[in-house]
Design a protein around this ligand. Sequence first.
Ligand SMILES: Cc1cc2nc3c(=O)[nH]c(=O)nc-3n(C[C@H](O)[C@H](O)[C@H](O)COP(=O)(O)OP(=O)(O)OC[C@H]3O[C@@H](n4cnc5c(N)ncnc54)[C@H](O)[C@@H]3O)c2cc1C
Length: 252
Amino acid sequence: MKKENILGDDIGFIELVDSLGNDLTIVNSARVSFGTRSDWKYEEVTDWQDGGKTAITYKRPSGLKKKDKELVKYLGEHKHFSPYRHVYLQFHVKMPETIAREFYKHCIGADYTFKDHAWNEVSSRYRPMNEFHTPQSLRKQHEDNKQASMDECVENYDELMKMHADLLEHSNKVYQAWLDAGVCKEQARYNLLFSFYTEFFWSASLQAVANFIVLRDHPSAAKEIQLYARAMKELAMSVSPEGLTALLENMK
Ligand SMILES: Cc1cc2nc3c(=O)[nH]c(=O)nc-3n(C[C@H](O)[C@H](O)[C@H](O)COP(=O)(O)OP(=O)(O)OC[C@H]3O[C@@H](n4cnc5c(N)ncnc54)[C@H](O)[C@@H]3O)c2cc1C
């Protein structure tokens, strides 16, 4: 599953590449304390084949049983977070370097006994960087909050973006000239603007994902990372809706 065009310039995306576990994993990680195990609630489904002549009836999972939903909620309310950490998600993210630096601060992935999560990123030592984020609007600096922006935009967008386009063109020209002159990529990149798109794989537990969403899908976070956090929430909800909801309600 992939959410594309996150910043409106048709470049960035966040994709759920893989996942381990789901709502039932959380339930059974907790139920092992009692030496028990639960299963999905099943619903009976009928498919008609041979042009509607033959009925094939089978059962398919239709979510958690009521008592298991209550258990997932209970665990969140009482901050028994370890069962949620058995659910693991792997994302492929493409975003401007400016926000990737903020993303990188989320360094706890699987379990608090491990310091690091798994993070692998494209290298500007190996590959020339040639995609840049172009803001679709220019928001005003927030009047009360030193780090934030307001929804209101400046009026002279065209004029300011022309200046930006000139700067970008010049920076790319010098970057290319250095490469053409045989300078290594690891030094030529000093000419690049910070708006270049980077991409990385980030694997993290459901709890770490929830922590990211709580902090970044929040008005105090940069607008651009809020958009990624919302897309991540939608993707993570497809894996563990009960688990993520319980975490988000109780981690604030
Ligand atoms: C609005 C905003 C503004 C920010 N501004 C700045 C800034 O100006 N400069 C800057 O450098 N950073 C800034 N940050 C980044 C911030 O300081 C955090 O590094 C980042 O949000 C990651 O959060 P985290 O530490 O909860 O995540 P993770 O590192 O993923 O940790 C997840 C959770 O694990 C637990 N944990 C982690 N490490 C330990 C430990 N050693 N011992 C015990 N428990 C642990 C904590 O409960 C933590 O919440 C900002 C963040 C936000 C949201």
